[in-house]
Design a protein. Structure first.
Lengths: 385, 385
């Protein structure tokens, strides 16, 4: 196990009816900006629950945060923050809304030249408005971590700080019942790949971390398809297990003390930036190919993954690894996401674009060993054709 | 899954050399009381590392906290807290020292009649001195939870508050290399039974919680005996896996959203109180018997435990449960702890004493269903003869 630091103070309120916890979790004297997306929270009753819980609070609202939240949209929130002396941000939505809230919260108190530097120059900041979150789409883990990704002109740029980690997060699985199949499948695949990025590397004998990751992967494999199947999709227990898995997949715990990869994400970001592919669908296209191209570097963990997550123990090493990759692809197909560039109508001609964008963004040494050069990324993309 | 609240803000510093983190984690203007036990930290170099890390701090010390820390000992710390205006407690030791530090921290600012009420009357308190911890013995999880058990006149009395959860904990597995075999075996068994208390109940389909618990149990089963075996006992990876398992076993995570038992602990406390048996050794005596007597109530989980933790999948249900219990007892024997009352020279004549103490302490409705009456506890003790 590697040395590590771990702290995650986000207070989780999990279960049906927990949105009411807002009334006590948000300070009564706060001037709150409720931020959300396109209005689905009005259709599914979440907005009304928030309104009810904040009936004694002073609050304002800012809507229109889109998937892959854009810098330009988020900066528009600064006007109301200034005019209404907002001192608390409440994000109500999925990972994009929470990511957007984090940038809004940091930008509001940024003391540098312009908030764009937080993304473009990874400028440090020492203050951010406090954030709470009501999660409506289990996927990114953003509700209890300090990570955020913001898009400008087709470029997805991350920043991270413990200052923007939500102080609390409400996870009510009943609110996920109104999600579309596509949102559910994207969320499950996102959480699955988050786990893989922190697990499928090289072994440092971190037994707790490995088993926790394997437990999350198994849970997502079991429960994910149920959330897309008519007989079981309304089962609240299925939704609850998916929701808790997605939070645990990226709250810092399973990655503490172990190497991390993240090459699938970095390559996937370019697919979203250049061609607008849903984030999770970029991951399901890239990951199987990463497994194939990085087979030697990840051999030990691929065999462990085959045995423990898929119960594949028969045959020689090559056959077991092949089978684990095949089962991963089959799981993605069961989750109704693409596993090939051709599935999203991309081909050989588009690989140059993607590789040059990786170069432009400095993504020239990816992976847990930093040895995924542009050439290796090209191979990964070619393997995914 | 049950609704739950979960928050654990303790900052973990894990790994070799991490005691140096004290220099920045303890506020430089604090007036620190370093509390510890019998002086083993002076023999193994931990004390010197603490002294070095606090070289710029103002600190005092209070030693002599014993296993099963006593109220009378802990109250002696109040004199130096008052005379030196102590405003920060740093616990350096195992679970008893950390538990003791929690009581010291709460007693120092207690506004009621007398601090004894915190234990005897479960009196509420609104303030406690901040606590940091340097853990030397992985076992109780006290380093990142708000629980404490204090003994007075042979009675073990618990209290719990988020106010006494350590703000940070240093977990350096190298410091565990100087522990005796008995300390290691007690610690591993304690962590194992903590996990079982939150796992072996009735199913609420909490898949993440179940798999995390199973991962901890498997890790302790694999690594525990290695820490007692000459060839492997110096292996730092073994110590690291045990240390992280013990913290995760009782930091609130695996118990969030699932029923909890704790009858083994409650019955075990009377064995310590009445006969001075080491805490972990009371658990290894009582747990197999709880499994036998509560076989019907825990049937589904016993079968899951058999299959997932012990890979016992052959035979009918009764045979699989029998085998899982046998393997649990064998694990305890491998860990060199007793599994019978007769192993610690107790017999039928002592059961009346234990049952009357349970009655005296109000332990008349134990277990995840609250249906372990005194009569059932008697059966459990008789089964353990």
């Amino acid at each position: 196990m590697l040395n590590f630091n771990f702290q995650n103070p986000t207070h989780i309120h999990f279960g049906e009816g927990q949105i009411s916890a807002l009334s006590s979790e948000v300070p009564i004297d706060a001037r709150v900006l409720v931020v959300y997306g396109g209005g689905s929270i009005k259709a599914n009753g979440v907005y009304q629950q928030v309104v009810d819980a904040l009936s004694e609070h002073t609050w304002f609202e800012f809507s229109g945060i889109e998937p892959n939240p854009s810098y330009d949209t988020l900066m528009k929130a600064q006007a109301i923050i200034q005019s209404e002396n907002i001192d608390y941000i409440l994000a109500v939505g999925g990972g994009s809304v929470v990511d957007g809230a984090k940038f809004i919260a940091a930008a509001a108190l940024f003391e540098g030249d312009e908030p764009w530097d937080i993304l473009a120059k990874q400028a440090e900041f020492n203050h951010a408005l406090p954030i709470g979150a009501v999660l409506t789409l289990p996927a990114t883990g953003s509700e209890s971590n300090g990570n955020s990704v913001v898009t400008r002109d087709g470029n997805k740029l991350p920043f991270s700080s413990p200052l923007v980690r939500p102080l609390f997060a409400v996870l009510d699985p009943t609110v996920t019942l109104s999600l579309s199949d596509r949102q559910i499948s994207n969320g499950v695949v996102d959480a699955f790949v988050h786990t893989i990025e922190q697990y499928l590397t090289y072994s440092v004998n971190g037994k707790v971390q490995d088993r926790f990751s394997e437990g999350l992967l198994q849970t997502l494999i079991e429960e994910g398809p149920k959330a897309l199947t008519p007989d079981t999709k309304e089962d609240l227990a299925v939704r609850a297990n998916i929701m808790w898995s997605a939070t645990m997949a990226l709250n810092g715990l399973i990655g503490a003390g172990v190497p991390q990869d993240w090459s699938t994400h970095m390559i996937g970001h370019e697919l979203t930036g250049a061609f607008g592919i849903d984030h999770a669908r970029t991951l399901s296209i890239v990951l199987p190919s990463v497994m194939k191209v990085r087979r030697e570097q990840k051999r030990e963990k691929l065999l462990q993954y085959a045995a423990r997550v898929w119960q594949v123990t028969e045959g020689d090493e090559e056959a077991r690894i092949d089978e684990a990759i095949r089962l991963t692809e089959q799981f993605f197909k069961d989750m109704q996401v693409p596993t090939r560039l051709s599935d999203v109508e991309l081909g050989n001609k588009d690989i140059d674009t993607l590789v040059s964008r990786l170069e432009q963004h400095g993504m020239v040494a990816l992976g847990e060993q930093g040895d995924i050069t542009l050439e290796v990324s090209r191979k990964i993309l070619e393997q995914a054709l």
